[in-house]
Design a protein around this ligand. Structure first.
Ligand code: ADP
Ligand code: MG
Length: 598
């Protein structure tokens, strides 16, 4: 075929594909337009999961009659005129693409009337063809009706998910915007049923229960931090409230919902070792910073941004989250289910994993230990040290953290070849020998800083074969692994030769050790160098630690207890699991009916 310029309609359908992927993307663009227009009230109507109808009505500034045809033209915007303006963007829109894109893949009608106009205008667009403009009487503001979305792009329709999923996406989107703009009254009606209605009174907590439900919303911790020209606000979950994925992590930057792996990493690092492996916090955080510090023009759907000082933003978020965790975290202590102090409605299920629940989320007795937040400090050093893989993070300057060390313990003995029992001035400690040993080893190695760990050469190098994706991940990390005693070299496609392993884990299967490391690395799409190092160390320690079922000599038991006493964060293992359950003297007395039994 000869080269030809594409017909306008074709070109805009192609462009539309980038901006409008699904009904929720239409809702996003229209809601953003309403917000840009200064609306105090936005009403969204959805029928047929957004495929039949999406209608967004606002009471914003409206569009003058003579500009209405421009509003639906491509690259027509009132929000920017020069390329320089891109770095001063204070509006959500700026590309002048949304209305044209939506108009090219639906039956579209725009009705708008500015506050000072006698009469409004109505302009239909059908599959990209702009119809005749009519003058009509209309309330002040704008109403956009989008019917039969993708009727002329059947391929798109096929890519949509089940109706329930598309509806959920819309719900999630509108609710998050409602939370970001608590001063705007937002009403969402899906299939004739109101699913969201906010008051617009500015109270975010109120909106929060729409997002998470009342119980969860009540538990969320508020984040408020101001750091020069970076403001961080919003809500994060306490360590007792987690999810198995990151879907409940949301960031708004200057009023715009963005997906940003760096921001998520900053958040997760603030929770570092406080959460179980594979558990993630809930969070909705709002960042406010000077628009000049931000490049918003990196993604057609404006879902990504680039920061001019990523490191500052990163540490700002991390610090803000840490502070909130410190200020509010419940004090962990062992409280058996029978004396659970929290209202049952908080959703704790003591039956499921009592060890974890008890240590992490139970109510507190006054003498109970402080939350295990020191780990943030203790392990922050190497992770946030200077220049690693080109990224530099400012060391956090935090207020002194509460003491978290263990008191002197007296060993009582070993139980079931799994636990150690010890006595302290304030009661009894039941210690998981494997988790505790992991913690002791981990802190010892982190304290060694960036020194190389001793390696032990294998008599017979081990061969490791991996699937291509895992092989790529491993190949990237060979230099880091070398530092920690794994001497591994590429050996043909997707194959590696293991020549040495850390002396600490001599005796364990070298291939298996590396495989589990690769799995750790794969978990995170964009791990930071420091994270890789900490994960490697944590993994080595896990292998090296005494196992459950291992009978320990008295000497070994004593050594473990005293190692734990020296730890900064003795109460969790590096993967976030509790190392011990504390039965305070007070609790024991109450349990035995010696005092104020309940
Ligand atoms: P952008 O938002 O990037 O400018 P759009 O295609 O979304 O591009 O909108 C084009 C123009 O139409 C906007 O710049 C604005 O002037 C006008 N407009 C769109 N929606 C509204 C609205 N709800 N209220 C007032 N003006 C609007
Ligand atoms: Mg727009």
């Amino acid at each position: 075929m000869p080269i030809r310029i594409l017909a306008d309609e074709v070109a805009s359908q192609i462009a539309a594909g980038e901006v409008i992927e699904r009904p929720a993307s239409v809702v996003k663009e229209l809601v953003e337009n309403a917000l840009d227009a200064g609306a105090r009230q936005i009403t969204i109507k959805i029928e047929g999961a957004g495929k039949r109808l999406i209608e967004v009505a606002d009471d914003g500034c409206g569009i003058p009659v003579e500009e209405v045809p421009l509003a639906v033209a491509r690259h027509a915007t009132s929000k920017l005129s020069t390329a320089d303006d891109l770095f001063r963007i204070a509006t959500l829109g700026f590309r002048g693409e949304a209305l044209a894109s939506i108009g090219s893949v639906s039956r579209f009608t725009l009705v708008s009337c500015p506050g000072d106009a006698e009469v409004g205008a109505r302009l239909p667009v059908e599959g990209g063809r702009v119809e005749k403009l009519e003058k009509v009487g209309a309330p002040v503001g704008t109403v956009v009706r989008v019917e039969d979305l993708f009727y002329n792009v059947p391929a798109r329709l096929k890519f949509l998910k089940q109706d329930a999923t598309e509806r959920q996406q819309i719900d999630a989107l509108v609710t998050r915007y409602a939370l970001a703009y608590p001063n705007v009254r937002v009403r969402l009606v899906q299939e004739g049923r109101p699913t969201l209605q906010t008051s617009g009174n500015g109270n975010r907590r109120e909106v929060l229960s729409n997002l998470y439900g009342l119980d969860t919303a009540r538990q969320m911790l508020e984040v408020i931090a101001q750091d020069e020209d970076l403001r961080v606000g919003g809500f994060i979950s306490p360590i007792s409230l987690t999810r198995s994925n990151r879907r409940e992590i949301t960031f708004f930057v200057n009023g715009r919902w963005v997906q940003d792996a760096t921001l998520s990493t900053a958040l997760l690092q603030a929770y570092h070792t406080l959460l179980m492996v594979g558990r993630f916090p809930l969070a909705i955080l709002f960042l406010q910073l000077n628009p000049e510090m931000l490049d918003v023009n990196v993604h057609p759907a404006k879902a990504e941004v680039r920061f001019r000082q990523a490191d500052r933003v990163f540490s700002g978020v991390q610090r803000a989250v840490r502070r909130a965790l410190l200020a509010y975290s419940p004090v962990p202590a062992a409280v058996p289910a029978s004396t659970w102090r929290r209202e049952p409605e908080l959703g704790l299920k003591p039956g499921i994993d009592p060890a974890w629940d008890m240590a992490s989320s139970a109510g507190a007795s006054p003498a109970a230990p402080e939350p295990d937040l020191d780990s943030l400090e203790g392990e922050a050093g190497p992770r946030e040290g200077p220049a690693q893989a080109g990224r530099q993070f400012a060391p956090p300057s935090l207020a002194p953290l509460p003491p978290n060390r263990l008191p002197m313990l007296r060993l009582v003995g070993q139980v079931g070849a799994m636990y150690l029992v010890a006595e302290g001035p304030d009661g009894l400690y039941l210690i998981d020998q494997h988790a505790a040993h992991e913690r002791v080893l981990f802190e010892r190695f982190m304290a060694m800083g960036r020194q190389h760990l001793p390696a032990q050469t294998l008599l017979e190098p081990a061969v490791l074969q991996l699937p291509p994706e895992s092989a790529r991940v491993l190949a990237e990390q060979l230099p880091v692994l070398d530092k920690f005693g794994f001497q591994v070299e590429a050996f043909g496609p997707n194959t590696f030769l293991v020549r040495a392993i850390p002396s600490l884990i001599v005796g364990s299967d070298p291939a298996a050790a590396l495989r589990s490391l690769v799995e750790d690395f794969e978990e995170d799409e964009t791990p930071l160098q420091a994270e890789i190092e900490a994960k490697t160390i944590a993994r080595v320690c896990k292998r090296a630690a005494v196992k459950a079922g291992q009978v320990l000599s008295l000497e070994e038991q004593r050594a473990l207890i005293s190692g734990l006493e020296q730890c900064q964060s003795p109460r969790t293992c590096p993967h976030g699991r509790p190392t011990m359950v504390h039965l305070s003297a007070d609790l024991l007395e109450r349990q035995f009916g010696r005092r104020g039994a309940r």
